[in-house]
Design a protein around this ligand. Structure first.
Ligand SMILES: *[C@@H]1O[C@H](CO)[C@@H](O)[C@H](O)[C@H]1NC(C)=O
Ligand SMILES: *[C@@H]1O[C@H](CO)[C@@H](O)[C@H](O)[C@H]1NC(C)=O
Ligand SMILES: *[C@@H]1O[C@H](CO)[C@@H](O)[C@H](O)[C@H]1NC(C)=O
Ligand SMILES: *[C@@H]1O[C@H](CO)[C@@H](O)[C@H](O)[C@H]1NC(C)=O
Ligand SMILES: *[C@@H]1O[C@H](CO)[C@@H](O)[C@H](O)[C@H]1NC(C)=O
Ligand SMILES: *[C@@H]1O[C@H](CO)[C@@H](O)[C@H](O)[C@H]1NC(C)=O
Ligand SMILES: *[C@@H]1O[C@H](CO)[C@@H](O)[C@H](O)[C@H]1NC(C)=O
Length: 407
């Protein structure tokens, strides 16, 4: 995500960012020093996979977002599904699966729908992401918040070209749409659109989960006219020495990597829509809020016509066969006898949705820690954050409130 602030604010803002970076790193260091956070050490043999701080033998914990450093052994986590070049015209609704139903098996889905799973679906040859207002409760800013969704790829790429032909949801000030690559370590390459500026596309990059908004580039493109009204092709071209962002084949930004290994890890690709206009005052100002929720059934929709991925490092036939064999020698789901360890408590999970005394709630077996501390942020901001970036985001929101003025 992005924040716009005047140049005069840059110096204090940088100082604040520096402090926050130190705080974030020390926080991460503390987690690592403690092993798998809620278990207190490295995961044990009978619950070998560390995922978002919890240990389990559940295949879901061992697949997506599994942390190899704090798992029982280096090979406890399943390998991240590698890159396979493909084009998806969104003709098959079954290629998208709710994240809570997905085991991690890359042969069963191409996409997962995260957060509010019903807000993403494939219909009439389009991937649709919706954002709707939740009128049941006010958020901490005294507003009804819109809830969006995030759609994530199952596979990841390390360099290559990814293109999506899409129409953003940002037809109201406050509504934010994004098309990005990202990994659990917080490396990220972004396209973002805010409803305040329908002719503008914003690009940015982050490393190690440090949100430095000052590197954002805002490109006003007359040909976009209104990015929520017409389809355009947005490409991220990630090469060894540079990253380029293209709109309809025209390069709008180049990031030279200067021989550094800044993007040395593979990243998944994601679409997301979220309500920035109902968030903190500075997020709302960036996104152009307040979001217009006055219509009788206000809903904003982003539509993706197709996606094309060209991997620089294509999986070989042998690698794909090994991956297939690995998945087909395991049960697809292990919901019934999942053991989750954390907070000193070992609990056997009998039903798909159970709240445990250790403070973890697993929805259909998804490892989603919701202690009283973390449940707030991950739910409240909806599509604004990925679960794993709650900590970094909390730091980011603190940064907003610390006086980083809007433009
Ligand atoms: C993934 O996408 C490819 C290309 O569109 C398609 O052939 C394949 O069936 C999809 N896989 C799943 C599991 O949906
Ligand atoms: C996801 O899982 C739930 C609960 O097990 C089930 O009711 C639902 O049909 C599943 N949805 C899909 C798309 O597989
Ligand atoms: C590479 O150098 C340029 C020019 O100094 C700078 O703008 C850019 O951010 C650098 N790239 C990285 C990845 O740090
Ligand atoms: C908000 O949306 C409603 C319903 O779509 C529309 O009638 C109204 O003009 C919009 N308000 C603003 C300020 O754009
Ligand atoms: C990505 O596109 C560029 C042209 O813009 C091309 O030179 C390069 O080979 C492509 N990379 C892959 C992996 O297809
Ligand atoms: C996993 O699910 C797929 C699709 O439903 C099925 O074809 C396959 O046999 C299952 N594998 C196992 C080991 O149950
Ligand atoms: C959360 O806090 C409430 C009220 O303080 C308490 O009753 C509840 O047990 C707590 N839940 C967890 C999971 O710690």
């Amino acid at each position: 995500m992005q924040l716009l602030y005047p140049k005069s604010q840059l110096l204090p803002a940088k100082a604040i960012i520096a402090v926050l970076i130190v705080l974030t790193l020390s926080f991460i260091a503390r987690i690592h020093a403690a092993g798998c956070e809620h278990f207190g050490s490295k995961c044990p043999k009978n619950g070998p996979c560390c995922n978002q701080g919890w240990c389990s033998a559940d295949i879901k914990f061992c697949a997506m977002n599994c942390d190899p450093v704090n798992s029982f052994s280096a090979d406890s986590c399943l390998p991240t599904p590698g890159c396979v070049s493909f084009r998806d015209n969104f003709d098959n609704a079954a290629t998208l699966m709710p994240q809570g139903n997905f085991s991690g098996n890359p042969f069963l889905a191409n996409w997962t729908s995260d957060f509010e799973p019903n807000n993403a679906y494939i219909k009439d040859g389009k991937l649709v992401l919706e954002i709707r207002q939740d009128r049941t409760k006010l958020n901490e800013y005294g507003k009804y918040q819109g809830f969006g969704t995030t759609v994530s790829s199952v596979r990841s790429l390390h360099k290559g070209n990814i293109t999506a032909r899409l129409r953003t949801a940002s037809s109201s000030p406050g509504v934010v749409s994004s098309w990005i690559t990202r990994n659990v370590q917080g490396d990220e390459l972004d396209f973002e659109w805010v409803g305040r500026s329908p002719r503008q596309v914003q690009t940015n990059w982050y490393q190690n989960g440090v949100f430095d908004w000052s590197r954002g580039v805002f490109s006003d493109l007359p040909e976009l006219d209104d990015a929520s009204a017409s389809f355009h092709e947005y490409t991220i071209g990630w090469e060894a020495d540079q990253v380029r962002w293209f709109v309809d084949g025209r390069c709008v930004r180049v990031l030279e990597l200067n021989g550094t290994n800044v993007f040395g890890r593979s990243q998944q690709w994601h679409f997301s829509v979220w309500d920035g206009g109902s968030g903190s005052p500075s997020t709302a100002a960036w996104a152009g809020g307040p979001t217009n929720w006055t219509g009788p059934d206000s809903v904003y929709r982003m539509e993706v016509d197709w996606v094309e991925v060209q991997c620089a490092q294509e999986m070989t036939e042998e690698q794909r066969k090994a991956e297939w064999d690995r998945w087909n020698s395991r049960p697809n789901r292990t919901l019934v006898t999942t053991t989750v360890m954390g907070g000193g408590v070992t609990t056997t999970q009998g039903t798909p949705t159970t709240t445990m005394s250790g403070g973890v709630t697993t929805t259909h077996g998804t490892p989603t820690p919701t202690s009283n501390v973390s449940a707030g942020p991950s739910k409240k901001v909806g599509g604004e954050v990925w679960i794993l970036s709650v900590v970094v985001m909390a730091v980011g929101l603190a940064f907003f409130e610390l006086g980083c003025n809007r433009a």
